[in-house]
Design a protein around this ligand. Structure first.
Ligand SMILES: Cc1cc2nc3c(=O)[nH]c(=O)nc-3n(C[C@H](O)[C@H](O)[C@H](O)COP(=O)(O)OP(=O)(O)OC[C@H]3O[C@@H](n4cnc5c(N)ncnc54)[C@H](O)[C@@H]3O)c2cc1C
Length: 341
């Protein structure tokens, strides 16, 4: 690991200052469960690490007028203990899938959202797109864990966040904090002005065309401070992850759903698939098809067929189509309490 300067800001504004200094390559540290691995492997070699853990506002979970606001440093373990989040079952399902008490205790929701891909080409130094001399290694090599949707361009990795599909199905927004700009929204924090903007989570992730583009809209000097969830009223939710191992493992595929069922018919539905594309993959067609219909084995199965109908597997990952199809069907049935163990 290369030497680096370690800073511990105590306010958001101070963090923005540490992150924004010209000519300094910075990295954000939250729980550190992944950043430390990236630094050890020299996949990240910042000259300054900005540890967010001394900023009290980033630990808060508060009720706002129309929803719940969660600080980016809230750990997985604290999330499930918070009574304000009782109605958000799909999030609990995600925490339950992370089968390590240590990771639940130190991993944060912000760190999960910003987790870089687990693609083995990226993790072995071939960049986000996994290219060697301009040739795509996932295209020509072992691509069994790669994308089956959204893989037409250069990016073949899958988004690593476990929470993003569930949060996106809920219609979550993320608050991004950075240097104040003349045109953007500005806030005062400890005597300084910072830029702060709420963005729908579905606009947070990008499918990069080049290695330098990154896989989120976060610019250098910016960080995620909070997420906002709408009220859980009338909504049933669930996440179904397909894991290869019983222990700590990344899902092969996942599906999260939020449903509003009235008088036995689906009134509103949102279905998002995870670990199948460079971004969490929303299936609007399947959600639309369910509206006005009863939800049962047959309709859940049909909706799952629609959800995977546009999949384009690579040479070694056709199996993921069936896996995510099953995840969608089971997440739908789980949300209404009809999934038999
Ligand atoms: C050995 C090991 C194995 C693991 N295996 C699994 C596994 O199989 N499945 C699983 O789900 N999890 C696994 N994890 C946990 C995984 O790292 C989690 O995703 C965790 O939630 C990341 O959170 P963190 O706070 O530790 O992130 P960090 O490591 O601190 O940060 C992760 C990334 O996000 C950036 N970042 C962090 N916070 C912010 C923010 N607020 N704004 C902007 N950028 C930010 C960091 O710069 C970094 O690039 C494992 C961890 C370890 C140590």
């Amino acid at each position: 690991m290369k030497p680096f300067e370690y800073t511990r800001p105590t306010t958001e504004a101070e963090a923005v200052e540490f992150l924004g200094e010209t000519g300094v390559q910075t990295a954000i540290l939250a729980g550190g469960t992944d950043l430390t691995s990236l630094m050890r492997a020299e996949l990240a070699s910042p000259s300054r690490v900005v540890d967010l853990k001394q900023i009290p506002s980033l630990y808060q979970v508060t009720r706002s007028e129309d929803g719940i606001q969660i600080g980016a440093l809230v750990t997985l373990a604290d999330l499930v203990k918070n009574p304000l989040l009782d109605g958000y079952r799909s999030l609990f399902d995600v925490v339950d899938g992370v089968r390590s008490i240590q990771v639940q205790g130190s991993g944060t929701i912000g760190g999960d959202l910003c987790h870089l891909p687990n693609c083995w080409y990226f993790r072995n130094g071939y960049g986000l797109l996994g290219q060697e001399n301009g040739v795509s290694l996932p295209e020509t090599g072992d691509n069994r864990y790669h994308a089956i949707f959204g893989n037409e361009g250069a990016a073949k990795f899958v988004n690593a966040s476990r929470f993003a599909p569930a949060l996106m199905a809920w219609g979550t927004k993320v608050r991004i904090v950075g240097p104040a700009t003349k045109t953007g929204s500005r806030e005062r924090s400890s005597g300084l002005t910072v830029g702060a903007e709420w963005i729908p989570l579905e606009y947070f992730y990008v499918t990069p065309k080049t290695d330098r583009q990154g896989n989120t809209i976060l610019k250098p000097g910016h960080f995620v401070s909070h997420i906002w969830l709408p009220d859980a009223n009338q909504i049933s939710s669930a996440t179904y992850e397909v894991l290869q191992m019983e222990g700590l493992d990344w899902p092969l595929a996942t599906a999260s759903v939020c449903l509003n069922v009235e008088a036995g018919l689906v009134h509103d539905a949102s279905i998002v698939m995870g670990h199948v594309a460079p971004i969490p993959w929303v299936t609007e067609d399947a959600s639309r098809w369910l509206i006005g219909r009863p939800l049962n084995e047959e309709t859940a199965s049909f909706a799952a067929d629609i959800a995977v109908s546009s999949a384009r597997p690579l040479s070694m990952n056709e199996y993921k189509v069936q896996i995510v199809r099953t995840a969608v069907k089971r997440a739908l049935l789980k949300a209404i309490g009809q999934l038999n163990p």
